[in-house]
Design a protein around this ligand. Sequence first.
Ligand code: OGA
Ligand code: NI
Length: 328
Amino acid sequence: MEKLVSSWSKDKPVPESYIFPPETRPGNLIVPTCKTIPVIDLCNAEGRNRTDIVQQILKASQEYGFFQVVNHGISENLMNESMDVFNELFEMPDEDKVHQWRDNLRHPCHPLQDCIKHWPQKPIRYREVVAALSIEAKKLGLRILELVSEGLGLESGYFGNKLSEALHLFVNHYPPCPDPSLTLGITKHCDPNLLTILHQGDVHGLQIFNNEEWIGVEPLPNAFVVNIGNQLQIISNNKLKSGEHRVVTNSRVARTTAAFFIAPSEDSIIEPAISLVGEASVYRAFEYKDFLLDYLSHMGNNEVVLGRFESQSLNNGTECLPPVRCNV
Ligand code: OGA
Ligand code: NI
């Protein structure tokens, strides 16, 4: 088992194998604080504020591929309790860590009855609290997708069923790092799924790449960060964009986050929505599982991956690529 970074990283310099090449190192960690992604208040999203909120979501999804939501209906208590459990998970002594535990714990959350029995048994509240949060996160995601479909002029329920059937949780833990300028928690990537709902706690670290510069995503109390995944960009025929992002570390405190990935079932056929195609469809139809294979082989290199699914692409996806490790 690979040793957790959190088990050896204290009071040591950054080992050679964790130092990124100069061109991808974060280096100077000061990012603009005057600019930030939109914060959208979901209060009355199904009532009198609906039109306005749909417009705000659409604009943010076009400009950044990212936004935060507040007044989303998930209780402060559940958000805090789940963050406590996620932190506890990485604070447990080594002997309690089961084989698949790493600084990144991933598991499916749907269908809940089938997968919950494979979730960690410790911390003891893990299953109960995370089950509650995953149900709420899925509901919130579907609500936002419904607002997005309205904004795009698609029929109600367009993203329901198979396109949003899967739910995966990634719990990320970034221990303090002696020199954050040399390394990254996660390299630049887009999420391959439909929509991501991120509980980022109260520590800075997430940055998005927008207009050729990095901007930090401010941790806001009781907010979730929402970002557009590759499949939503494709289905919208590039009307929305999947925002590129990365995670930087810091030297003072550990950061724990929980990302819920709402994704199509693996055999779903993905293609741009007919009503959004207009003159030309930017992408061809494909099976979601083929996208995932390409995504993994290209280390999440967004342009290359999306390029392989464009209708004009000369490459029909049959070329055989060696698998490489990817940390998303
Ligand atoms: C991810 C991700 C961001 C974070 O898990 O894909 O981008 O802040 N996480 O942990
Ligand atoms: Ni991501």
